[in-house]
Design a protein around this ligand. Structure first.
Ligand SMILES: Nc1ncnc2c1ncn2[C@@H]1O[C@H](COP(=O)(O)OP(=O)(O)OP(=O)(O)O)[C@@H](O)[C@H]1O
Ligand SMILES: [Zn+2]
Length: 756
């Protein structure tokens, strides 16, 4: 598997007398190799188990590494082998199952094992915190310590601290230090002198509840029951299910009842949710339903809370683990069920560093843990539908909305040659007016923040380009700025044209800010509430906004995809989609899939109560076959059509991709590196007789310059996975050696979900 380069059992250079203990460590480094150290002084071989953390010197720094194996030889000359500084664990923090998952991940994504382990571990463990649950550090007087110790004669503060400690026979908890006016530095000095020591004590663990339900369950309808029954029959072993249920069909209720059964069986459930679903609504549903210990692992919890949750899950003290992407790496003592909600969501794929897909890894994990896994969505990814078609997943369908609400109706509104007023056509304005007059709410969807996507000089044609990217800067009216949404560059909005100095600068096109402003003028009697990343940076603002919506008075909600998922707006009966065309003519082959998912998810917010909902889509491509299929026959008909297109084009899920990206400060550098990479790959394909792999490129990235760097990419397209992975393994080790790679920043993305 992964190991340091070169022959592993080369003759040793070190002296042959004392048998060495060589530790092979994975370090948080991008290099795909392990690093050899000697054991720390005083640590015996018997104490060392794979998975333990050690602090080691690395260049001028210190790093925390993870022990992969213990050996008695190294290729590193004995004189150069350094001892590790400290062993941090008495037992490996990661249980073997998770450790295995990390090994698998590193190999599959061709990522350094050390870096993979860093992504998988909570931040505090990476920094060396103790990996034991809910412990408190207690400061104790050491045996034989005396206030008359001569070393304290000139250290009144240490003496004072020692006196305070001496008054507490059970030790002083770390938390209480400041209350007792104990100074941390003095204590550390006392510790160095051996006058005090630290004891780490564990708090008593909480009782396990006996009645799991805090709230009665809804009686399931026949489709829900059939789905729940199928998964229940798969309990206790690996089995993958795809729960394809239209929006509002009660998928969450199915999850909740399956989780209850998992808890009753004495097992733990892991639930992954997309980042965008983090709203309090989702979490509150779980918390209201169960008397259970729920561990939350998402971006809003701090490092300490995350570590506590992680440890509680590992030690079996948490019953339900809910989190976003990285929660996939949470160890469980008694795994019973894995649920991936909104499995199609792009936030499950990490787009930097370790580019893993949490849904795909969850399947690997479920198989390793031998537990069932349930993927749920109203708009399943084409990958998952393909897996359902070929029998890898059992397909469970919910075709009706639960609780009697109807599915919304779709209308395509052709806006060719119609004037658009801040993005709103005349018929759309009328539909909004009618809905408000009927006392109902309107949701306006526009997936573009800011006031206008660009600023144009009407006299000379100057456009507000970003100085660092091949992109336009967006006009933001409130802050009176131009902002680049790709690199974050911000400038004050100019009064006159930077090129011709004349004054006729016009914002072109419409973003949410502009539509909001216009809607406010058109409908002055109704509140207009905007939800996007600019408006909702504050948590309370968002909560307030949802409270207003829940009150049910007529209003207009306008927003980006933040509005699309997971919310329940019972009084919204009209969904106005201002622009669907971007998804129909993009260069990215997944754009139409994403657009369809977004439209269906946004549409799913409408008419969730008694009044039926209507969805109006403004488009210049009203007769586009994919859009017609989607709006007239629904998502699954669309998906079949899209899958057929992918099959004939030889694209995923009918092919496997890997993308080598490179970027550099000078033009041509990235391509130069990729050209060499391409030749290397061709040589390896030849040498190893690997077939069915095409190398496409190198080509400049669709947005060639971004944040001041020139970017290019090389795409590998393979008809089968095995040869592709055989190539990648050998290729990357050689790429690491290429001198041209030093001047560029490069990365490999296995199963990329976007090609930018
Ligand atoms: N069996 C049932 N009987 C009555 N009401 C139900 C039933 N199951 C679910 N509901 C209700 O239907 C509504 C939609 O259910 P839920 O949120 O579980 O659907 P969902 O499929 O997860 O929705 P979405 O994918 O749109 O987020 C909720 O208000 C829920 O309480
Ligand atoms: Zn930019």
């Amino acid at each position: 598997m992964l190991r340091s380069r070169g022959p592993l059992w080369s003759p040793r250079v070190s002296d042959a007398h004392s048998p060495d203990v060589i530790l092979r460590l994975a370090l948080p480094s991008p290099l795909r190799r392990l690093f050899d150290y000697r054991a720390p002084p005083g640590v015996a071989r018997a104490q060392l188990q794979p998975g333990m953390r050690l602090r080691v010197p690395f260049g001028r720094r210190e790093l925390i590494g993870i022990l992969i194996e213990v050996s008695d030889r190294s290729e590193v000359p004995a004189a150069k082998l350094k001892p590790a500084l400290e062993l941090l664990d008495a037992r490996a923090p990661l249980p073997p199952a998770l450790f295995k998952l990390c090994l698998w991940t590193a190999q599959y994504y061709q990522h350094s094992l050390g870096d993979t382990l860093s992504w998988a571990l909570p931040v505090l463990l990476r920094q060396g915190e103790p990996a034991e649950a809910r412990q408190e550090r207690f400061w104790h007087l050491a045996a034989g310590a005396s206030l008359d110790d001569p070393r304290l004669a000139r250290a009144p503060r240490q003496r004072q601290a020692l006196a305070t400690i001496a008054q507490h026979p059970h030790g002083v908890a770390q938390q209480l230090l400041s209350q007792l006016q104990l100074n941390r530095d003095s204590l550390e000095l006392l510790r160095e002198k051996g006058l005090v020591h630290i004891e780490v004590r564990r708090h008593a663990s909480s009782e396990r509840p006996t009645r799991w339900l805090a709230q009665p369950e809804l009686p399931l309808n026949p489709e829900q029951s059939a789905a729940a029954e199928a998964v229940r029959a798969g309990f206790g072993r690996f089995h993958a299910f795809l729960l394809a249920g239209v929006t509002g069909s009660g998928k969450t209720e199915v999850y909740l009842q399956l989780i209850r059964e998992t808890l009753e069986a004495g097992k733990q459930a892991l639930v992954l949710i997309p980042e965008i679903n983090l709203g309090p609504q989702t979490l509150a549903r779980f918390e209201k339903r169960f008397n259970a210990r729920i561990a939350l692992l998402h971006s809003n919890v701090n490092d300490r809370e995350r570590l506590d949750a992680w440890l509680a899950a590992r030690d079996g003290e948490a019953d339900i683990i809910i989190g976003t992407r990285s929660a996939l790496f949470t160890p469980m003592q008694r795994p019973g069920l894995i649920i991936i909600d909104e499995e199609h969501d792009a936030s499950y794929k990490q787009q930097e560093g370790l580019r893993y897909h949490a849904r795909d890894l969850a399947l690997v994990r479920a198989r390793q843990d031998n537990v069932p896994i349930l993927l749920g969505s109203a708009t399943p990814s084409l990958e998952s539908l393909h897996n359902a078609h070929n029998g890898r997943y059992a397909l469970l369908k919910l075709t009706q909305r639960a609780g009697g609400a109807q599915q919304p109706r779709f209308l395509r509104l052709d806006v060719k040659s119609r004037p658009l007023d801040s993005g709103l056509s005349g018929p759309m304005q009328q539909a909004i007016a009618q809905t408000l007059a009927a006392g109902q709410q309107v949701l306006v969807f526009l997936n573009r923040r800011g006031f206008a996507p660009t600023l144009l000089c009407h006299d000379c044609g100057w456009l507000s380009g970003c100085p660092r990217c091949d992109a336009r800067m967006t006009v933001h009216q409130r802050s009176n700025e131009l902002r680049c949404h790709h690199c974050g560059h911000v400038e004050a909005r100019p009064h006159s044209c930077p090129k011709c100095q004349r004054l006729d600068l016009r914002p072109v096109g419409a973003g949410t800010e502009r539509a909001e402003e216009r809607l406010g003028i058109l409908f002055p009697d109704y509140p207009v509430l905007r939800v996007d990343r600019d408006s909702t940076s504050r948590k309370e603002a968002m909560a307030q906004l949802f409270a207003t919506i829940q009150r049910g008075e007529p209003c207009i909600l306008i927003g980006t995809q933040m509005l699309a998922k997971g919310h329940h707006f019972p009084r919204v009966t009209l969904v106005a989609i201002l622009d669907a065309d971007g998804g129909l003519f993009s260069a990215d082959f997944r754009a139409s899939e994403r657009m369809a998912q977004l439209i269906v998810q946004v549409a799913g917010r409408a008419g969730r109560a008694e009044e039926p909902g209507k969805v109006i889509i403004q488009t210049h491509l009203a007769e586009h076959p994919l859009l017609v299929q989607l709006t007239e026959q629904g998502y699954f008909a669309f998906a079949e059509q899209a899958l057929a297109e992918r099959r004939s084009a030889g694209l995923p899920p009918f092919a496997h991709l890997a993308l080598l990206r490179a970027e550099a400060h000078k033009p041509g550098q990235a391509e130069g590196f990729l050209d060499q990479a391409c030749s290397l790959a061709e040589r390896l394909l030849d040498e190893r007789r690997l077939g069915g792999i095409e190398l496409l490129g190198p080509v400049p990235a669709p947005m060639e310059r971004r944040a001041g760097r020139y970017r290019a990419q090389l795409l590998l397209q393979a008809s089968a996975r095995a040869p592709l992975h055989r190539l990648l393994g050998a290729w990357l080790l050689e790429l690491e050696q290429l001198p041209s790679g030093r001047a560029v920043r490069w990365s490999l993305d296995v199963d990329p979900i976007d090609l930018f």
